[in-house]
Write a protein that binds this ligand. Sequence first.
Ligand code: C2E
Ligand code: MG
Ligand code: MG
Ligand code: MG
Length: 284
Amino acid sequence: RAKAEGRDRLRFYDAQLDAQVREQQVMMRALRTAVQAQAFHLVYQPQVNVRTGAVVGVEALLRWTLPDGSSVSPATFIPLAERMGVMLHLGTWVLREAARQAQAWRQAGAPTRVAVNVSAAQFQDPQFVAAVRAALADHLLPAELLELEVTETLLMHDVPRVRQVLQELKGLGVTLSLDDFGTGYSSLRYLQAFPIDTLKIDRSFLSSEHQGDQVILGAIVSLGRTLGLQVIAEGVETPAQERLLLALGCEWMQGFLYARPMTVDELDLWRGAWGQRRTRVSGP
Ligand code: C2E
Ligand code: MG
Ligand code: MG
Ligand code: MG
C-alpha cells in the first residue's frame, strides 16, 4: 500500500515537473518572439530626498508587454533571458532607451538622473564600457545623468578585472551604485576596492520585523556614511519605515510610499503632485 502511495506521489511530482518544464518552454518561445518584436518598455520609479523633497533620480525598470496588454515581471523573465543568451541584447536596449529618455527629460528642462540595472551578461561583456560610452555619446547625454546599478554577485569574480571595468566607467563620469546591498556576499573589501558611489539597501531589511534587521539597517547606514557613500533605501512602503530611516540618518528613499514604477506620462503627472506636496509641507 505504502509502495502504491509512493508511486502515486512520484507520478504526481512527475506530472508537476512536466508541467513546469512545458510552461518554461512556452515562456522561452514567447520571450524569443518578444525579443524579435521588441515587446518591451521601461517604467521609472522616483528616488527622493525625503528631507529636501528633491527628486534625486529615477530607476529604469524593464517590463515585458504581453499581447493582452499585461506585463511580466523581470524577476521571472530576466533569469530566463540570461539562460537563453538574449540578456546582453536586451540589456543594451535598456541602456540606450534609458539614455534616450534621460536626454528627452533634459531637453524638456527637467534633467533627471536615470539609474539602469546591469545584468551579468552585460557586465562580463568585453564591450560593456564601450557600449556605455556609445549610449552616452549617441544621445549627447552628460554622464552624470546616468547611474549604473550593479549587484555584489557581479563583483565577486575576477576582482582585478572588475576594478578595471568600474574605474573605466567612473572615468566616463557615470555614477555607480551597489544594488540589493546586504543580500549578497557583502565583503567590506569591495566597498574599499571599488569606486562605488551609492549603497542601495535591500528592501528585505525594511520589511522585516526582526529586531536584528533594524540593527543591520543602522549598521549599513553608518557604514555608508563612514565611507563617504550615498545611502538609499529601497522598498519604503510605510511612514514608520521612513521615520526609522530618517532617525538612522538615511534621507534618500525609493518605494511605493512615494511612487510605483511609472510610465513617462505618469511620472510627469507625479512630479506635479509631488512638487505641490512639497510646497504644502515646507511652505510658509
Ligand atoms: P531591483 O533593481 O532591486 O529593483 C527594485 C524592485 O523593487 C523593482 O521590482 C521595484 O518595482 C520594486 N519595488 C520598488 N519599491 C517597492 C516597494 O515599496 N515595495 C515592493 N514590494 N517592491 C518595490 P521589479 O521592477 O519587478 O524588478 C525586479 C528586479 O528585476 C530588479 O530589482 C532588478 O534586479 C531586475 N531588473 C529590472 N529591470 C531590469 C533591467 O532593465 N535590467 C536588469 N539587468 N535587471 C532588471
Ligand atoms: Mg536596481
Ligand atoms: Mg534593488
Ligand atoms: Mg531588489
